[in-house]
Write a protein that binds this ligand. Structure first.
Ligand code: HEC
Length: 113
């Protein structure tokens, strides 16, 4: 009897694909996100190569606090492919934890902390 195993496999597959749906409310920000320790290094690692003052792809320069803060909704939208083209361009998307830390930073007031 192999069919129960098949059914379970399908259930696992479906539950995994469901997890991919963006659910920002499911993640709560418990601690403070620090711009200097998390946000700027994140942008510098994954985005700055194509979005600096010298090379602002698509017109986006993401260097420094004010640029990141002023364009935070577009950045989050691009990280989640929500209303914007997925970034980093061509994927893969950043992991959910990094994206949610960025969202928490916005929610906490986009501080230069
Ligand atoms: C390898 C180069 C590259 C990297 C890395 C990269 N981008 Fe981009 N990005 C581009 C290019 C090229 C465009 C313009 C795309 C177009 O106009 O079709 C763009 C466009 C964008 C846009 C506008 C998208 C839209 O739909 O209007 C945003 C926002 C953006 N990038 C944010 C980011 C963020 C945030 C990161 C890091 C997580 C990132 N990018 C990483 C090359 C890159």
């Amino acid at each position: 009897m192999k069919s129960p195993i098949l059914i379970v496999s399908f259930m696992v597959l479906f539950s995994c694909s469901k997890d991919k749906v963006i659910d920002n409310q499911a993640f709560t920000c418990t601690d403070e996100v620090l711009f200097a320790q998390e946000i700027e290094p994140l942008i510098n690692q994954y985005c700055i190569g194509c979005h600096s003052a010298g090379s602002s792809s698509g017109g986006y320069n993401l260097e420094g606090h004010s640029n990141i803060a002023n364009q935070s909704q577009q950045i989050l939208g691009a990280m989640q492919a929500d209303g914007f083209q997925l970034m980093p361009i061509g994927g893969p998307a950043l992991n959910d934890t990094l994206i949610q830390r960025f969202r928490c930073w916005i929610e906490q007031g986009k501080l230069d902390n």
